[in-house]
Design a protein around this ligand. Structure first.
Ligand SMILES: Nc1ncnc2c1ncn2[C@@H]1O[C@H](COP(=O)(O)OP(=O)(O)OP(=O)(O)O)[C@@H](O)[C@H]1O
Ligand SMILES: [Mg+2]
Length: 392
């Protein structure tokens, strides 16, 4: 019998886990004893755990150390850590194989979502269909733009990518801003949206496509945008599990869904990865940025998030340091697909709210962006060969 084993945890926390799984019975097990390395690990494994939850009372360094031992010994067991975000970052946790992170005060609904997902990941791994089976070709492409470092150019790339795709598939593209606290897709596109993703997720009753469309803004390049809320506090109220629901609805209407994300690996970005067909990874022009990206890729591989196609973009690629960067990327096992040069036109375009592809289509940056866009062009859609016209 596969179990959920909760190690430590205050009575309040465990009480909320019990509320999250009211029918679990013996499948839910609380481990009270001290954690003393290999002995405890063996003893916990005799309980046949599918998910091991490290409660909030454990010192974060102990939880992370034991989590990484678990990951090495039994990668088939999913690990969830409950800790303050400041104590254990999502990326740090993922780096040691943690499948989900909860806050000490997470409510039963959040607990059920995170632990439930970890539980299903174990079941999915054990019943995974063989690779040779024909896979369904998705109708829509969901392209998430991500990067471990802040300011690496995610918004610049995602907005231009969306505008470029919209020129191939007018009205067939939507950009979703998942930088929920400080999203600036609206700013980069000079949009003043009346609604945001917050309005979409806070509607009463089940959300359907007709209702969702009310919250989507229209850009004059025939692109649609579901923007982040103006108020960062509202951004915090958007749960990670609402992301897949929103993206699924968008996929039922749009040929392309482009997703801008915040720096690093948030729960929301992970949810976006789960439903993405493609991920564009951005690395900046410094060696730690490439190493950091390698760690993120390893973490995603461990989580089994490998279904999407990956595209690697080096931004601000400067010929003077380009050689070192190419070496660094090669050493990290990353083969850069596109290099975007540095240009003063980029900040100007962002500040004036006109994507560079429209304001300066002939610039070397626009040329590099078109190479990226061409990767997503299908046979029936014409890749952009000529500079685009800006119809005001
Ligand atoms: N190729 C480039 N050449 C010159 N400046 C650039 C280039 N790419 C991005 N920038 C500038 O770097 C800054 C950050 O870019 P952008 O906002 O797209 O990054 P981001 O990854 O979305 O940042 P954040 O993590 O804060 O969301 C902006 O001022 C932008 O104009
Ligand atoms: Mg951004």
């Amino acid at each position: 019998m596969k179990r959920i084993v909760v190690i430590g945890g205050s009575d309040q926390f465990y009480g909320r886990v019990q509320q999250a799984f009211p029918d679990a019975g013996e499948r839910l097990y609380r481990w009270f004893e001290n954690l003393d390395g290999v002995t405890s690990l063996r003893a916990i494994l005799t309980l046949d755990p599918a998910v091991v939850v490290f409660g909030p009372d454990l010192p974060p360094n102990v939880a992370l150390t034991v989590a990484s031992e678990f990951d090495r010994a039994r990668p088939d067991v999913s690990i969830v850590i409950a800790a303050r975000e400041s104590a254990i970052g999502v990326e740090q946790a993922l780096a040691v194989g943690v499948r989900g992170v909860l806050r000490p005060d997470s409510d039963p609904k959040q607990i059920a979502h995170v632990i439930g997902k970890a539980f299903h990941a174990v079941q999915a791994r054990s019943t995974k269909a063989p690779r040779s089976e024909p896979t369904r070709v998705p109708k829509s492409r969901v392209i998430t733009v991500a990067g471990p470092k802040g300011g690496s150019g995610k918004t610049m790339v995602s907005t231009n990518l969306a505008v470029g795709l919209a020129s191939m598939a007018p009205r067939g593209v939507v950009i979703l801003d998942l930088d929920l606290q400080f999203g600036d897709v609206a700013y980069a596109l000079s949009l003043k949206p009346r609604h945001s993703l917050y309005d979409a997720v806070s509607t009463t009753g089940p959300l359907d496509l007709t209702t969702l469309k009310v919250f989507i803004a229209h850009h004059r390049s025939e692109l649609y945008a579901l923007c982040a809320p103006e108020d960062p506090a509202r951004g915090e109220m958007i749960s990670a599990d609402s992301v897949s629901e929103i993206v699924s609805l968008l996929m039922s209407e749009f040929r392309y869904v482009v997703i801008d994300t915040n720096a690093g690996l948030s729960e929301h970005t992970l949810s976006a990865f789960e439903v993405s067909t493609d991920v564009v990874f951005l690395a900046d022009m410094d060696v730690p940025s490439v190493r950091h990206l390698r760690k993120v890729l390893d973490a995603l591989d461990r989580l089994g998030m490998t279904e999407h196609e990956r595209h690697y973009v080096l931004n601000r690629a400067d010929s003077r340091v380009g050689l070192t960067m190419a070496d660094a990327a090669k050493a990290a096992g990353i083969s850069i697909d596109i290099e975007i040069p540095s240009s003063r036109h980029v900040p100007v375009a962002l500040n004036t709210g006109t994507p560079l592809l429209l304001s300066n289509p002939k610039s070397p940056v626009s040329r590099a962006l078109r190479t990226l866009i061409d990767r997503f062009a299908t046979a029936e859609e014409h890749p952009i060969r000529r500079p685009m016209k800006w119809s005001a």
